[in-house]
Unconditional design. Structure first.
Length: 552
């Protein structure tokens, strides 16, 4: 690779400095003047300005039902529609204590620090203070060495400041800030998406737990009924009214029902363990939090689902996909800037002294020891054999892939809502049929027992009705849980719940204190610096509403 470099520097020895009256203050003033002139001329920004990609959305949902309203859904605390204080407390605990959510919050802090690095690149990239004290011994066999005129041993000391400022002539650093700002926005959207998933998962596991508890209660209640039936059959057998077949069948059904109890109890323990992990706690029974066994919450009579276009504004994963594309779009401009020359201001000023001749080590801080150089610099990579152009093509291909990913994310979001609505409405309709079936099955059991006592029917009729009752009750309870499962999936697909974090810290105060003890985080951990909503559209090269000003 060949570099063309133009480096014009002004250097004055001690006599010329004194003769022309060029002082260090003159040096600084001229440098700043040159920097200002070049900075004002640096108004070109290479690369595309990001625009929100187009995405196809339907005008309304395909699933239509009397229970569905086109009114805009309540975005915050959607789980409150279940009117279950225990669920409300569980969601709040998970928000405060869930560990994967805090990991997502820590990635935001990382992105904030990266934004600070990108902003810092717009200012003089190098400001380096250096100093040295060196004992020098010259070789007497070196060319042109003359001991009569040269001190072969001496001590040299120097203190100086070197500075370099590459001007953002083509918008390279501005695009870097744009990319880092969009990346920060994407990390916040990812956090919100994790919060949406967390709240939905807590609600789903909680409903599964209450469903299992009701199924366990049903199994135990049926065991009591079947044990009573077994005693009736056994008494009739002892009295010679029936054969041994009747109590044997009754005992078989009873033990079969009782065998489901340990399985359900095991599933309940596992579900509570899963809920504990979501709450950031070691596995335990959560008895104090759950307040014992409970009932399945009741769904609202009507739910508000809005229209498909609402997803583009509410779903964090869609915003994340958009901001990821914005992050990549700015990198095209960064890559394109390498095709053009770079301009910089470079300079150094310092004190240099050696204890040769009449000078001593104490002369370092005298005016005669001042030396400096400064001036503009340019460099341009040529004969790069297409590498730089291909780097631009790489970045462009990545952008196009992210734009397609955005469109795919929108489509999948709509599918998730449609699937949730379909599961909810289908399960709710099925539940209404099963409710009537349970009533009929219970009536059949009562009638069969009365007729069996009177000898009007054999025990097979009682056995069949009790088996049907247990099956229908268990299925009805499961479907009631499925109704809520479909509703929870719908609310999750609509992207609700992330708003609860507005104005709050991304990680727990205890963890923040640990981080502050290790590192100076400035104001980056402050809750007030967290935006309530992400900017829409994302930051662009022309308008950069930075999500958070970095602390230098």
């Amino acid at each position: 690779m060949v570099y063309i470099r133009v480096d014009t520097r002004v250097h004055r020895d001690r006599q010329k400095v004194e003769g022309n009256h060029v002082t260090p203050s003159d040096f600084v003033a001229r440098s700043l003047l040159g920097a200002a002139c070049l900075a004002f001329s640096a108004c070109t920004t290479l690369g595309p300005d990001f625009e929100t990609p187009k995405a196809t959305v339907a005008d309304t949902w395909a699933e239509q039902s009397a229970e569905l309203s086109r009114a805009a859904p309540e975005p915050q605390s959607w789980w409150s529609v279940f009117n279950d204080p225990v669920l409300d407390e569980l969601v709040e605990m998970a928000y405060r204590q869930n560990l994967p959510l805090q990991v997502a919050g820590l990635r935001i802090f990382e992105a904030r620090a990266q934004l600070g690095i990108a902003i810092g690149q717009q200012y003089p990239q190098q400001q380096q203070v250096n100093g040295a004290l060196t004992r020098v011994g010259l070789s007497k066999n070196s060319p042109n060495f003359n001991s009569a005129f040269t001190d072969d041993t001496f001590t040299q000391s120097n203190i100086g400041l070197d500075a370099a400022w590459e001007l953002d002539f083509w918008g390279r650093f501005r695009r870097g800030v744009e990319s880092a700002g969009a990346s920060l926005g994407a990390s916040i959207a990812d956090y919100d998406n994790a919060l949406v998933s967390l709240t939905a998962e807590v609600a789903r596991v909680y409903v599964s737990l209450r469903t299992l508890e009701e199924r366990l209660a049903i199994a135990r209640d049926n065991s009591v009924t079947q044990r009573r039936s077994y005693r009736i059959a056994d008494v009739r057998f002892q009295n010679g009214a029936v054969s041994e077949l009747d109590p044997s069948q009754a005992l078989s059904l009873l033990k079969s029902t009782e065998s489901t109890v340990p399985l359900l109890e095991s599933q309940i323990r596992q579900t509570r363990n899963a809920l504990s992990i979501l709450l950031g706690m070691p596995p335990n029974d959560l008895h104090d939090v759950l307040q014992g066994s409970g009932k399945i919450p009741e769904p609202p009579a009507q739910i508000e689902v809005g229209v498909p276009a609402d997803l583009l504004r509410r779903r964090p994963d869609i915003r994340s996909a958009e901001l990821q594309a914005a992050t990549q779009s700015a990198l095209i401009g960064v890559a394109k800037s390498d095709l053009y020359p770079r301009f910089a201001l470079v300079g150094s000023i310092g004190l240099l002294n050696g204890d040769t001749g009449s000078n001593g080590n104490s002369d370092l801080f005298k005016s005669d020891s001042v030396g400096y150089n400064y001036g503009p610099s340019a460099s341009w990579q040529i004969l790069n054999y297409g590498r730089l152009k291909n780097r631009v093509r790489v970045q462009d291909a990545r952008l196009e892939a992210l734009l397609v990913n955005y469109q795919d994310t929108v489509l999948r979001a709509a599918q998730e809502v449609e699937d949730g609505l379909s599961a909810y409405t289908g399960a709710r309709e099925q539940s209404s049929y099963l409710k009537d079936s349970v009533k009929a099955a219970q009536r059949s059991v009562d009638l069969a027992l009365v007729q069996y006592r009177e000898g009007a029917v054999d025990y097979q009729r009682v056995l069949d009705t009790q088996q049907t009752l247990l099956r229908v009750q268990d299925r009805y309870t499961s479907v009631r849980g499925e109704v809520l499962g479909g509703l929870i999936a719908t609310y999750k697909a609509l992207g609700g719940g992330w708003e609860i974090r507005a104005g709050k810290a991304f990680v727990s105060p205890e963890r923040q204190e640990q981080m502050k003890k290790r590192t100076d985080w400035g104001h980056l951990l402050d809750a007030e610096s967290v935006p309530g909503e992400l900017p829409v559209p994302p930051p662009t090269g022309k308008d950069q509403p930075l999500l958070n000003s970095p602390d230098w």
